[in-house]
Design a protein around this ligand. Structure first.
Ligand code: ZN
Ligand code: ZN
Length: 378
């Protein structure tokens, strides 16, 4: 079928993106779903930092590509052999499908599925196919097996999680990346306990979802760290007990003072080396550092090795919040509907295709938490 999609052909163009227009809204051809795949009508797609990092060239990927990895929609057609979901079902995309058969899947860690990692890096679906073609007949890469900055998406059955119908799709979108990555890092990767002290460094979509996860998990002292006073104010409203502006001299010492010598768990949810260094400095003796953002390709972090031994510090990576999406997305949505995970507070505005480049400017300027592209309008 012919449809509209947001295509990136060249990364690293200069700002402002509203002028240089790295993302082109094009008519493209979408092939029908193959065996084991589904066709989804996209209801909402989040403008996330992982898309920005492809646009600004921080993390190179195979281009041209239809962007978008965080989103939600409705299944409108089933490929051959798909029998366990129905047309009409509402879904959230998961940006790492899982094969269910590799060593990591069998361990209950689908977020690090080895087969998915291989096909994703090539811009393919799990089957090895690409279902997107431009009007000159050239294939377009999929972003993380999803490519939801488009009116429709064909994805692997393993790239969708069925959700309840009651939640609007433009609100459900954020569960596909920010909530899984941020909230999951706190409740799944770190598994904080009630009474723990926690610092969250970086208050973008992922960071604020991490903060909400720490509230849910019962953090006693919950310190939010960011460069933006506005976001620190929002963090307070969402349950931070203390806030520290990262631009303050002695920011790490402030966190250590507030928490009586450092926190039990320090999270880098910004994906910068500076944020990781800050988080590392905030962790107390015997504490843990969890990092869940992606810094530019090649960026390095150094630390004193003896800290790991003599202080028994640990540093852990967290991908997709160590989530099992089919388990976690429905339960996070249920908590949202109960008012206990108020992620709607992070949604700034909905946009149309024509605002995509400007939306990446806003995200670069840290002037927004989450903007949602609604391809068919609200
Ligand atoms: Zn697997
Ligand atoms: Zn994302």
């Amino acid at each position: 079928m012919r449809m509209k999609a947001a295509v990136l052909r060249e990364g690293g163009k200069p700002r402002p993106f509203a002028t240089t227009c790295p993302v082109a809204v094009e008519e493209v051809e979408l092939d029908p779903p193959g065996p084991g795949e589904v066709l989804v009508r996209v209801g909402g797609a989040g403008i996330c930092h992982s898309d920005l990092s492809v646009v600004n060239g921080d993390r190179a990927r195979g281009l041209p590509m239809v962007l978008g990895h965080e989103g939600a929609g409705e299944i409108v057609e089933l490929g051959a052999g798909v029998t366990d979901v129905s047309v009409g079902a509402h879904i959230v995309f998961q940006f790492t499908p899982s094969c269910g058969r590799c060593r990591r899947c069998l361990e209950g860690r689908p977020q690090v599925c080895e087969r998915a990692a291989a096909t994703k890096s090539k811009g393919q679906l799990m089957s090895g196919a690409r279902r997107l073609v431009d009007l000159d007949g050239a294939p377009l890469n999929h972003h993380s097996g999803v490519s939801c900055y488009a009116e429709y998406a064909v994805v692997d059955r393993g790239s969708v999680v069925v959700i309840e119908d009651e939640i609007p799709l433009h609100e459900a979108a954020i569960f596909g990346c920010a909530v899984m990555t941020g909230t999951g890092a706190v409740v799944n990767t770190a598994r904080i306990r009630p009474g723990d002290s926690v610092a969250v460094v970086g208050l973008g979509g992922v960071g604020l979802c991490g903060l909400l996860g720490a509230v849910l998990g019962g953090a006693e002292t919950l310190i939010a760290v960011d460069l933006s006073d506005e976001k620190l104010g929002l963090a307070r409203q969402l349950g931070a007990t203390h806030t520290v502006n990262a631009a303050e001299p002695g920011c790490v010492e402030r966190v250590r003072d507030i928490s009586g010598g450092g926190v039990d768990f320090a999270f880098d949810l910004a994906g910068t080396i500076k944020a990781l260094e800050t988080a590392y400095g905030c962790a107390r003796h015997g504490g843990s550092v969890v990092t869940a953002g992606l810094s530019p390709t090649g960026a390095r972090f150094s630390f004193e090795q003896s800290d790991l031994v003599s202080q028994e510090k640990s540093i852990r990576g967290s991908y997709m919040g160590s989530c099992v999406p089919v388990r976690d997305i429905p339960r996070f949505i249920s908590l949202y509907r109960q008012g206990r995970l108020p992620v709607d507070r992070l949604l700034d505005r909905t946009i149309g295709f024509e605002q995509v480049n400007e939306a990446f400017d806003r995200l670069s300027d840290v002037a927004t938490v989450r903007q949602i592209l609604v391809p068919h309008g609200l």
